[in-house]
Write a protein of this length. Structure first.
Length: 187
């Protein structure tokens, strides 16, 4: 198994959406769920091109998953679709290959590394219109990220002309497996 680097960072593009979401829901008891570092992150001016420390970002993301998403994977996936549509049709649209879902999914490793520096990831094409992605992660707090990634993959397939996407987990590290496998099929 590949080892993850000790330091992990998150791209400002992703942090912007997280911070805007928390700032937009003033009625939630954020201070009960956010660490001091996460609260300090919320006070910063977030730059899309900068990298931010992983710990306060994952704390913010999990607070959103709990307080807004109700710990519901469907809600996190839907947020991933919204976020994916926003970034893959604008800032990172050059990573999408119109009409070629396979090539676009091959670039998923670039996308994951654009958002999460320090991630360890492998993908393979099983057969035409069938991919598997292995993500090496031993942090159970990252569960919500994977539902977001599911939503991103839905959007990548949609943007590139694929139909009837089936993006399912074959195994999940947060349930005790060595790594996470996302099985991706489309027509």
């Amino acid at each position: 198994m590949k080892q993850q680097p000790l330091e992990r960072f998150v791209k400002g593009t992703m942090v912007l959406d997280i911070v805007k979401t928390i700032r937009g829901f003033h009625d939630k008891p954020w201070d009960q769920y956010l660490s001091r570092e996460a609260q300090e992150l919320l006070q910063q001016r977030i730059l899309a091109s900068a990298w931010y420390p992983y710990e306060p970002v994952i704390n913010c993301l999990n607070a959103i998953y709990l307080l807004i998403g109700g710990n519901n994977p469907k809600n996190a996936r839907a947020w991933g679709r919204i976020n994916g549509k926003q970034v893959f049709e604008t800032v990172y649209k050059t990573l999408m290959v119109p009409g070629d879902t396979t090539e676009s999914l091959k670039k998923l490793s670039i996308i994951v590394n654009v958002f999460f520096k320090g991630s360890s990831y492998e993908s393979k094409e099983i057969e035409p219109r069938h991919f598997q992605v292995q993500i090496f992660d031993n942090d159970p707090r990252t569960e919500a990220i994977y539902y977001l990634v599911q939503g991103w993959i839905d959007v990548i397939i949609e943007i590139t002309g694929g139909k009837n996407a089936k993006v399912l987990f074959a195994q999940k590290h947060w349930e005790g497996n060595e790594f996470t496998i996302i099985d991706i099929r489309w027509e």
